[in-house]
Design a binder for this molecule. Structure first.
Ligand code: ZN
Length: 363
């Protein structure tokens, strides 16, 4: 995801929004919005960057009302019909999606979607086809690294060696992100072993990654279980796949990446007894996929696959690399609309061309 400059965020986009510029855009196509759920009531964010994908229920409601007033929020069925060539998109079409399948999708997000009368395409991992309460391995890793004692460390488990210096929060975030890439290269069991080794090294064995007795913590970190996933589907929401275990696919051997993509679909279809046609690449940024990975969802039988950047009306829509607008907590309503309307993408392209021209004139 590109960082949006403070000037655009705080001055330029709010001014254009006030003037109603975004509402008047006539760019064709489809804007796909990515949520990651809402902050459950009573949950205190651990870290602004780590929790930054979750927005408040109130902000979700404001965004949905804005979309309903000035755009056409289409259902997942409409999106599939468009993808299969059976239906045209309405003007200013927007599709809502939400990744990862946190429990808060059911407890905190669904009520807002229902009150506003819109539906959403939820991308969940293979963990949500099971019966036990799981959490995302990379979130557990972050929480453990945050609690680990400061100083130099080296952890070696099943061929994975990670070392570094734990100090400031910034340092810990850096080590975490490098570890996410490294641990994406191994299978799920090796990741579990690594997390166990990390707990032992830092004497965190007794600590729970999240408190299952605390409802807010459980809704924030727990993943939907199979029965809860069925509840979400019965409420009129569509379920799509997000791999078995949420690795960064670009880091995996090709056969393992394909197994993550195809097995995720098979597992969900068997749990839900319905077809799963949509796929979202975990993380979904340019570094998380390769050309080989982008060719896999079609082979695995999906009708469409979604990235997590570059979205907005008027952008190209390759069916297996569909761009999306990644909604974050730091995004105000004006920036949200600048992105959905495609204004932001067009602005970036124009700014890029101007910068190129300046560079050519100066060289
Ligand atoms: Zn995800």
């Amino acid at each position: 995801m590109r960082i949006v400059s403070p000037f655009l965020k705080r001055v330029f986009y709010p001014a254009l929004s006030m003037a109603g510029v975004f509402h008047r855009t006539s760019a064709p196509g489809l804007a796909v919005v990515t949520y990651h759920g809402v902050l459950p009531q009573g949950y205190e964010p651990v870290d602004p960057a780590f929790d930054g994908n979750l927005i408040s229920a109130e902000m979700l409601r404001r965004q949905l009302r804005l979309l309903k007033a000035h755009y056409n929020v289409i259902s997942s069925e409409d999106a599939l019909a468009w993808r299969e060539g059976r239906r045209e998109l309405p003007p200013r079409a927007v599709l809502l999606t939400c990744d990862d399948g946190l429990l808060s999708c059911l407890t905190d997000m669904l009520p807002v979607l229902q009150q506003e009368g819109v539906s959403c395409l939820f991308f969940v991992t293979g963990a949500s086809a099971g019966e036990s309460r799981m959490m995302l391995w990379y979130e557990e890793l972050f929480l453990l690294l945050l609690r680990a004692a400061a100083g130099h460390f080296e952890i070696s488990s099943e061929g994975v060696v990670i070392e570094g210096e734990l100090g400031s929060r910034e340092q810990r975030r850096g080590i975490w992100w490098n570890s996410v890439k490294r641990l994406s290269q191994v299978d799920e069991l090796s990741r579990v072993s690594f997390l166990r080794a990390l707990r032992m090294q830092f004497k965190l064995e007794a600590e729970r990654a999240f408190d299952e007795e605390n409802p807010a913590s459980c809704r924030r970190f727990g993943l939907l279980k199979c029965g809860e996933l069925r509840e979400l589907a019965s409420a009129g929401m569509t379920i799509g796949a997000h791999t078995m275990s949420h690795p960064m696919l670009s880091q995996l051997p090709i056969e393992s990446a394909y197994a993550e993509i195809s097995e995720g679909r098979r597992r969900l279809e068997s749990a839900l007894q319905q077809q799963v046609w949509a796929f979202a690449y975990p993380f979904g940024d340019p570094q998380s996929v390769t050309a080989e990975v982008l060719a896999m969802p079609k082979k695995a039988g999906y009708e469409a696959a979604f990235l997590n950047f570059g979205g907005g009306l008027g952008v190209d829509l390759p069916p297996f690399a569909l761009p999306r607008v990644h909604v974050t907590a730091g995004m105000g309503l004006a920036e949200f609309e600048a992105q959905v309307s495609g204004f932001h993408a067009r602005w970036q392209r124009r700014a890029g061309r101007i910068a190129q021209r300046v560079a050519v004139t100066q060289s």
